[in-house]
Design a protein around this ligand. Sequence first.
Ligand SMILES: NC(=O)c1ccc[n+]([C@@H]2O[C@H](COP(=O)([O-])OP(=O)(O)OC[C@H]3O[C@@H](n4cnc5c(N)ncnc54)[C@H](OP(=O)(O)O)[C@@H]3O)[C@@H](O)[C@H]2O)c1
Length: 269
Amino acid sequence: MTIGTALVTGASSGIGTVYAEKLAQRGYDLKLIARDRDRLDRLAEKLSADHGVTVQALPADLSEPADLEYVSSMLSYDASLRLLVNCAGIGPSGKVLASETAGLAGMVYLNVDALHLLTVAAAKAFVARGQGGIINIASVVALMPERFNPSYVASKAFVLALTQAMAVELEPHGVRIQAVLPGFTRTEIFGRAGIDINIIPDEMMMDAEEMVSAALAGFDQGEIVTIPSLADARLWETLEDARHSLAPHLSLKHAAERYGVTKARRLAR
Ligand SMILES: NC(=O)c1ccc[n+]([C@@H]2O[C@H](COP(=O)([O-])OP(=O)(O)OC[C@H]3O[C@@H](n4cnc5c(N)ncnc54)[C@H](OP(=O)(O)O)[C@@H]3O)[C@@H](O)[C@H]2O)c1
């Protein structure tokens, strides 16, 4: 008996590989998604040998609508699936103004559209089954839009907002969802983007093992948003409190006084 199957995207390297390892240790059967068939096959063989779970390597390019549809439909028809981990993602290689528009659009398609489709497919399937969990890998840059490539930052802000909003819809159905916001994490993402990882200060770089262990602990603790580096959780709570305190002021019949609109309208009457 296993505890169900977890589908991990981006499982061929970095954060996704560590999730696959940790979930196999926990007794999940696995479906591993990424493009690199050889790496997925090697990982599947190792994890099933080490942990006695069933691991399927399922090569797919989530930037291709047909492959995305294939993975998405699996979430609906495979009743053994209990967990979706959305790790597949790519980083930018420079500033937006120096980037090819097609490259930015490709990044946004994988980081946003693919993750969105898989999250919604999993949410519907898990609600119908009355159980399940979704883990979405966002990034701390979602909270610091001024510090990084705008298209990448916006893609990660989408993941954070989607997760926070979905949590409200899923909560009554007993389905969990979590956004993980890693800081710099030692993976291949930098090399793939042509960035020398050594230029990043060592004290800002977490090992993927430690990052995923903390993120899974946050998931176990019921967190909707997990920031592995953040020692003082009250800082996040303060930010959320401030955001919620804006709510009563954001949608009103009249524009704020400082825009002079209501005064001008009153004088015109
Ligand atoms: N490392 C960091 O500092 C950091 C920080 C914050 C957030 N993140 C996020 O963490 C996630 C994982 O990144 P990582 O750091 O682990 O990088 P990584 O080692 O480069 O892993 C990225 C994974 O995504 C897969 N992938 C890329 N394009 C794909 C496609 N079109 N279809 C299917 N799979 C695809 C890659 O596999 P194939 O090449 O085999 O397809 C690989 O398994 C990303 O969403 C990233 O934005 C990373």
